[in-house]
Design a protein around this ligand. Structure first.
Ligand code: C2E
Ligand code: CA
Ligand code: CA
Ligand code: CA
Length: 279
């Protein structure tokens, strides 16, 4: 293998070679991580702006690397996608998110929803509907409490195919959120045809509220359009009270961000819920 590696040197630039080796190394590490159970989930509360209570939680993956410590998803999700490992990792996420949410519902007696991120590779998997259905069956979570987050960019494909894929997901009884809404370029006529339930305003538009007037116009317009189309709206990346107030005034339905809570471990989430109930 070393010999071949040396030959390859003449065909690839050194940079590419290093990149390929690094990719291969991380791929092996990710496989190992799946076997050794090095992944975990944290959950970020999503708050209903009308009542102030937690309506749902978003599951976010973490990798507890034996040497590097906690690795953020931005550092490995794209590699998992490139290598195809995201299919297995995604299944793991789905199963564990549903399992823990079902448990949280039992413990708190509250009907909490869970939002799970899907990668584009999973979205185009013809077996996806079955995977979701199996997880629902296995974990005994009522599918109406499962929300699937797909990014706007994933939907910018053949519209008829996208609609078919979304309908297949919805046939399991779960609902669909368009994540990072506004960051892509999907047209509004497109949106009207998509069988989705919630729009999530991209963090980028929320970040500079209340300084950036354009962002405020865009955010309030997205909320208005969503409501015209009978969709709910959630804003992400809400970090301060001005942003929250702006969203409340503009009738945004839900919000999520450090202002309310950072992503929490299951244990801390449970404590958060019990404290909430005591208030
Ligand atoms: P995302 O789906 O847009 O998730 C929201 C990200 O924003 C999370 O980063 C979250 O920790 C962060 N965040 C939450 N509140 C705030 C805030 O107030 N301000 C700021 N600046 N950031 C905030 P995280 O957990 O590092 O995840 C990054 C991305 O990785 C996610 O973006 C998502 O695209 C992807 N990801 C995470 N978990 C999964 C997963 O299980 N499967 C897949 N396919 N992708 C995942
Ligand atoms: Ca998301
Ligand atoms: Ca997002
Ligand atoms: Ca994002």
């Amino acid at each position: 293998a070393k010999e071949r590696g040396r030959d390859c040197y003449y065909f690839f630039t050194e940079e590419l070679n290093t990149k390929a080796l690094k990719l291969l190394h991380i791929e092996q590490e990710l496989r190992h991580a799946l076997q050794m159970d090095e992944f975990s989930l944290v959950y970020q509360p999503q708050v209903c702006l009308k009542t102030g209570s937690i309506s749902s939680i978003e599951a976010l993956i973490r990798w507890n690397h034996p040497e590097r410590g906690l690795v953020a998803p931005d550092e490995f999700i794209s590699i998992a996608e490139e290598t195809g490992l995201i299919v297995q990792i995604g299944e793991w996420v789905l199963k564990n998110a549903c399992m823990q949410t079902q448990m949280l519902q039992q413990l708190t007696g509250q009907s909490i929803k869970v939002a799970v991120n899907l990668s584009s590779r999973q979205f185009s998997d013809p077996n996806l509907e079955q995977v979701i259905a199996d997880v629902i069956e296995e974990t005994d979570l009522n599918p109406k409490y499962l929300e699937i987050e797909v990014t706007e960019s994933m939907l910018m494909n053949n519209i008829d195919k996208v609609i078919e894929q979304l309908n297949r997901i919805k046939s399991t009884g779960s609902t669909i959120t368009i994540d990072d809404f506004g960051s892509g370029y999907s047209s509004l006529s497109y949106l009207k045809r998509l069988p989705v339930d919630i729009l999530k305003v991209d963090r980028e538009f929320v970040r500079d509220i209340p300084e950036d007037l354009n962002d405020m116009e865009i955010t309030s317009a997205i909320i208005a359009i969503a409501h015209k189309l009978n969709l709910k709206v959630i804003a992400e990346g809400v970090e301060n009270i001005d942003q929250r107030d702006f969203l409340v005034i503009n009738k945004c339905d839900y919000a999520q961000g450090y202002y309310f809570s950072k992503p929490l471990t299951f244990e801390d989430l449970y404590r958060f819920f019990t404290a909430e109930q005591l208030k």
